[in-house]
Design a protein around this ligand. Structure first.
Ligand SMILES: Cc1ncc(COP(=O)(O)O)c(C=O)c1O
Length: 371
């Protein structure tokens, strides 16, 4: 294989260029413009939800959602230990406490039984993360949260289009947040979105995203807000991406099926259990049973030498220095430790050819056998 196979790459095969040129030609390059409205409208419609609010990225979408939901100093928010760091950081931005919770060895998502043990009178919300595109068992989680009067903020950064028994992720939470970073299923370069059916929370998010400016009295600020707005140029790309979403997801299904077919005969390899739901395969990720972190790194080096990019599974939040040095990471997290040690993600992007896929899987198996 002459060229390195990247782990991810954006798919800009539709009207992205045309729409961005439109934004440039009309001068609507900042955070007001027709593409913002079109992107929000298309996103809300896709999810069958009332409000969609664009933001500049997925991290601040989470922060905006938490602030709008009233999360503040001292509140506890239950999150999975195995996630991208932004989930935890967004809670800290509110001076709230991210209560790290171990994940389930089958689907690698937050463990519902472990959540029960973490609930205290200070618990205000849960942030389930649909890791690598594999949906959390949301019906059970909604029931559990309801019993304890907890809010759910869904972190759907990696999982647009994923289904729990035919219902889209993002439609279960009080607010749900998405990311459109360059390696995501749809991208706007940087970008994010909050969706909700709650009129009051939507109103708060729109005001907070715009410095807290009073709707009826311009340049008057009742609350301290942020500048978390998306630009019309980003949204122009987003509109074009939404037009292709079904195709982009189909391509990911194809890659998912291909990896499964080629790798399932290797008894050392474990996959995320979907429980029959739709994992949209943001990044195809597997575990090599019994691997140490060192073996995982050697596997990644071997792949790179063969021209194949890969990525380790996220390091658990409790291992990160600035979480370790605080009281947030109390407890043990054997499952997230193990998955992180054993796990790698393989190239997953629209246009990955069958030939590349076979080369990747053959190389992977060959290296695993030598380690
Ligand atoms: C689970 C998760 N949450 C939040 C984010 C943050 O999104 P962004 O990179 O757009 O800030 C990401 C992605 O990068 C993510 O994977």
């Amino acid at each position: 294989m002459p060229q390195r196979i990247p782990i991810a790459q954006p798919s800009l095969l539709g009207r992205e260029r045309e729409y961005v040129m439109d934004a440039l030609d009309t001068g609507w390059i900042s955070s007001i413009g027709p593409f913002i409205d079109r992107f929000e409208h298309a996103f809300a419609e896709y999810h069958g939800i009332k409000h969609a609010i664009t933001t500049h990225n997925g991290t601040i979408a989470l922060h905006l959602a938490l602030v709008a939901a009233g999360i503040g100093p001292g509140d506890e928010v239950i999150i999975p230990d195995l996630t991208f760091v932004a989930t935890a950081n967004a809670v800290r931005y509110c001076q709230a406490v991210p209560v790290l919770t171990d994940v389930n060895p089958l689907d690698w998502n937050i463990d519902l039984q472990a959540i029960r043990e973490k609930i205290t009178p200070k618990t205000k919300a849960i942030i389930p993360v649909h890791l690598y595109g594999n949906p959390v068992l949301m019906e059970e989680l909604v029931k559990l949260a309801g019993e304890h009067h907890l809010l759910i903020i869904e972190d759907c950064a990696e999982a647009i289009g994923a289904l729990v028994r035919n219902r889209k992720v993002g439609t279960f939470g009080h607010i749900s947040c998405f990311s459109f970073f360059g390696n995501k299923v749809i991208t706007t370069g940087e970008g994010g979105m909050c969706i909700t059916n709650d009129d009051s929370m939507a109103d708060k998010m729109r005001i907070l995203r715009d410095h807290g400016m009073n709707r009826g009295k311009r340049y008057w600020y009742d609350v301290m807000g942020f500048n978390y707005r998306m630009t019309n140029m980003q949204a122009a790309v987003g509109v074009a991406q939404m037009e292709q979403l079904d195709f982009l997801l189909m391509e990911r299904d194809r890659i998912y099926a291909g990896y499964h077919e080629k790798l399932s005969s290797c008894s050392q390899i474990l996959f995320q259990d979907t429980h029959g739901n739709r994992n949209i395969n943001w990044l195809f990720t597997l575990r090599v049973k019994g691997f140490t972190g060192q073996q995982r790194d050697l596997l990644m080096t071997g792949l790179l030498e063969a021209g194949i990019d890969s990525r380790p599974v996220f390091y658990p939040i409790h291992q990160l220095p600035y979480y370790q040095e605080t009281a947030f990471s109390r407890g043990t997290f054997p499952v997230s430790d193990r998955i992180s040690r054993e796990g790698i993600s393989l190239p997953t992007f629209v246009g990955l050819s069958q030939e590349q896929l076979e080369f990747i899987t053959e190389t992977l198996i060959r290296i695993i056998e030598t380690l």
